[in-house]
Design a protein around this ligand. Structure first.
Ligand code: ADP
Ligand code: ZN
Length: 434
C-alpha cells in the first residue's frame, strides 16, 4: 500500500462544509440522546436551560455544559451509561496516572467504530497487509493495546500481542517474526534501545523495523528524532485517551506534521483552561472533546486537560480533518518554579538535544524556587574525564535556563540507575508535596 492510501477516503476527505453539516447533525442527535437517557446530563442541560432542539449551529456547543474527570468519578461506575446494560460488550478503565479510575463502556458498534478509526490511522502511515505489528502497550483494562490490536487486525496486519516489559523477549520476537511496526510509549522506546545496545544488536542491520507508533505520554520533537535515529525508523505521534476510546483520536499522517483529529467522530474545541472561554484556531489551550458517534457512553465537552492548538491549514496528504499540534503536556503536569510555569516536556526537549545525554531523566522539585534535573549520560562520558563532565553539566544548565527561564541544578548520573517504567514514565518527583 502506498503512502497516499486511505482507509475511508470519502470520510477522510469530506469538504469542511460537509464535515460541519455532519457534525451538527450528530451533535444534535447525541445531545438529544443523553438528555433522554442519562439523568446526569438531563439535569446539567436543564440547569443551563438548553434543550437539544435549541442547538442550531456548531457554535451553540459553547452553551453546553462541560464534563470533567471529577464528573466521571462522581458518576462511577454506571452513571453516564446511556444504553441498557445488556448492550455493553466491553469495559475499559483509564490507567489512573492522575486520581481514581474512570469506567468507559462500549457497545458492539462503539468497538467497531473505534477499530475503524485506528484503521484510518494505520493506513495513513503506509502500512499494508502482512506488516507485522508488535504491540507493546499494556493489554487488559487499559485501552492502549486492545484498541490498537483490533484496528490493526481490521487492516490485515499480523499482530503480535506482546504487551510491555520483558525486553529481551521483545527483541527475540522482533528477530523471529520480523516485526516491521512497533506500538509503544516514548520512554520505553528509548529504554529498548539501551537494552539492544547492551546486547550488541544494531536495529538498522539486525531487525526489520520500519516505523513505530509512539504515544500515551507527552514527548518532544527532539525525542522523536532521537528514537528515529537510533532505531532507523519513522516515528508517528499517536494521541488518545480512555474517555474517548483510547488511541485513534488523533494521529500523524505520512507528513509527520501535526495529528489529524477525526472530526466526524469528535468535535474539538480549544479553551482557556482558566476561564473556559473558547479560543480561536491556532491559539494554545486545553483540548475539549465531544463524542459524536458513541452509543454506550456519549460524553459532552470533555475537559481533557491536555494543552495543544488546532492547525488551521490544510494538510498536504489531502485529509480535511484538522490537525492538532504535539501535546505540550497536561495542564496538571505543569509545575511552577520561581513563579515560572514549566512543563516537563520543555526539560526533555533540551536534554534530548544534547550530545552525550542518555535516555532517562527525572525532575525533582525541592522547593518553590529549587529544582534538580537528574539525567543519565552515556557510558563513555560517565567513565571519561572530569573536565568533560563539568563542561557537559554547564552546557545542560545553560540550555535549560535559555528554555525555561530558570537555572536548575543538574546531576549527571550513571546510565541505568534511574527508575524505568514499562507503562507511563513518572518524570516529576515533587518533594514539596511529600
Ligand atoms: P490516564 O493517563 O489519565 O490515566 P489514559 O491512559 O487514558 O489515562 O491516558 C490519556 C492521556 O495520556 C491523555 O489525556 C494525555 O495526557 C496522554 N497522552 C496520550 N497520548 C499522548 C501523546 N501522543 N502525546 C502526549 N500525551 C499523550
Ligand atoms: Zn495529513
Amino acid at each position: 500500500m502506498d503512502k497516499n492510501a486511505f482507509w475511508q477516503k470519502e470520510i477522510e476527505t469530506l469538504s469542511r462544509r460537509q464535515l460541519e453539516v455532519l457534525q451538527l447533525k450528530r451533535l444534535k442527535k447525541i445531545t438529544g440522546r443523553v438528555a433522554k437517557a442519562v439523568p446526569f446530563y438531563r439535569e446539567r442541560l436543564a440547569a443551563c436551560r438548553l434543550k437539544p432542539q435549541d442547538i442550531k449551529s456548531l457554535k451553540d456547543i459553547e452553551r453546553l455544559p462541560f464534563t470533567t474527570r471529577e464528573d466521571l468519578q462522581a458518576t462511577f461506575p454506571f452513571g453516564l451509561l446511556s444504553v441498557p446494560r445488556e448492550e455493553v460488550l466491553r469495559l475499559h478503565t483509564s490507567s489512573g496516572t492522575t486520581g481514581k479510575p474512570k469506567a468507559i463502556f462500549f457497545t458492539k458498534q462503539d468497538l467497531n467504530q473505534a477499530a475503524e478509526l485506528i484503521a484510518r490511522c494505520l493506513v495513513m502511515t503506509g502500512v499494508a497487509r502482512g506488516d507485522v505489528l508488535q504491540n507493546m502497550m499494556t493489554y487488559g483494562l487499559f485501552t492502549g493495546a486492545l484498541m490498537m490490536h483490533y484496528g490493526a487486525e481490521k487492516v490485515g496486519m499480523f499482530v503480535i500481542p506482546a504487551g510491555p516489559g520483558n525486553t529481551e523477549r521483545q527483541i527475540t520476537l522482533m528477530q523471529d517474526f520480523k516485526s516491521t511496526t512497533l506500538h509503544l510509549t516514548p520512554s520505553y522506546a528509548l529504554y529498548l534501545f539501551d537494552v539492544m545496545a547492551g546486547k550488541g544488536i544494531d536495529p538498522r542491520k539486525d531487525l526489520s523495523l520500519r516505523r513505530a507508533y509512539v504515544g500515551a505520554e507527552p514527548y518532544s520533537e527532539a525525542t522523536r528524532k532521537k528514537i528515529e535515529e537510533i532505531l532507523g525508523i519513522d516515528v508517528y505521534n499517536s494521541y488518545g485517551l480512555t474517555e474517548m476510546n483510547g488511541p485513534g483520536v488523533a494521529f500523524e499522517c505520512a507528513a509527520k506534521d501535526g495529528m489529524h483529529l477525526w472530526e466526524d467522530n469528535f468535535l474539538m474545541e480549544i479553551i482557556d483552561p482558566k476561564t473556559g472561554q473558547t479560543l480561536p484556531e491556532g491559539r494554545e489551550g486545553e483540548l475539549v472533546l465531544t463524542t459524536l458517534c458513541r452509543e454506550a457512553m456519549p460524553i459532552l465537552r470533555y475537559r481533557t486537560r491536555d494543552i495543544t492548538a488546532i492547525m488551521p491549514e490544510r494538510c498536504r496528504c489531502g485529509r480535511t480533518h484538522r490537525r492538532i499540534i504535539r501535546i505540550k503536556g497536561r495542564s496538571d503536569d505543569m509545575f511552577i518554579i520561581r513563579g515560572i510555569n514549566i512543563f516537563p516536556q520543555q526539560v526533555e526537549r533540551v536534554l534530548m538535544s544534547v550530545r552525550g545525554v542518555a535516555q532517562n531523566y527525572q525532575i525533582v522539585l525541592q522547593s518553590l524556587d529549587q529544582m534538580t534535573v537528574k539525567t543519565e549520560i552515556i557510558r563513555d562520558i560517565f567513565d571519561g574525564s572530569v573536565e568533560h563532565l563539568v563542561n557537559l553539566r554547564s552546557e545542560i544548565e545553560d540550555k535549560l535556563r535559555a528554555e525555561i527561564g530558570v537555572k536548575p541544578k543538574v546531576d549527571l548520573v550513571e546510565p541505568g540507575t534511574l527508575p524505568v517504567s514499562e507503562g507511563k514514565a513518572k518524570r516529576v518527583i515533587d518533594q514539596r508535596k511529600l
